[in-house]
Design a protein around this ligand. Structure first.
Ligand SMILES: [Zn+2]
Ligand SMILES: [Zn+2]
Length: 138
């Protein structure tokens, strides 16, 4: 017997370590200024690997995907699997103009690349709290 669980609005969005997105708030101190400072990773092979894994845009399915580093900030992009989002040029530019929410981007990562999702690491790379709501596209 195969049971197919349909994702519900209340699902926990667990990452590759089994951490539920909502539980990160209990794992890190309330003030991001108290979070450990982490060094960015510089390794072009990580992007190459993502390009080998994903040929289609996570948002619209178009080809010619580009690797977007979400948590670049002032410290520069980190070449880590959890930080890279594969999007076509149009969706990629929409990310940079914030035409769609970070919450949706997080959802797309979780949906398409769950094995490479590490919610705590994402927060540390980001340096501030990511949006509470993971937005599922209608
Ligand atoms: Zn796209
Ligand atoms: Zn980008």
């Amino acid at each position: 017997v195969t049971t197919t669980k349909k994702p519900s609005a209340k699902q926990e969005y667990r990452d590759s370590r089994g951490v539920a997105f909502a539980d990160v708030r209990f794992m890190l101190s309330e003030r991001p200024s108290g979070w450990p400072k982490i060094k960015r990773v510089e390794d072009p092979r990580v992007c190459q690997l993502m390009h080998e894994l994903y040929k289609r845009c996570w948002r619209c399915g178009a080809g010619n995907v580009q690797a977007h580093h979400e948590f670049a900030g002032s410290r520069g992009a980190s070449d880590e699997l959890t930080a890279i989002f594969m999007l076509c040029s149009e969706c990629h530019s929409n990310v940079h103009t914030r035409a769609f929410e970070t919450g949706e981007l997080l959802y797309l990562k979780w949906k398409h690349d769950r094995l490479n999702v590490d919610w705590v690491r994402m927060h540390l790379l980001c340096g501030y709290w990511l949006p509470d709501l993971i937005v599922r596209r209608p």
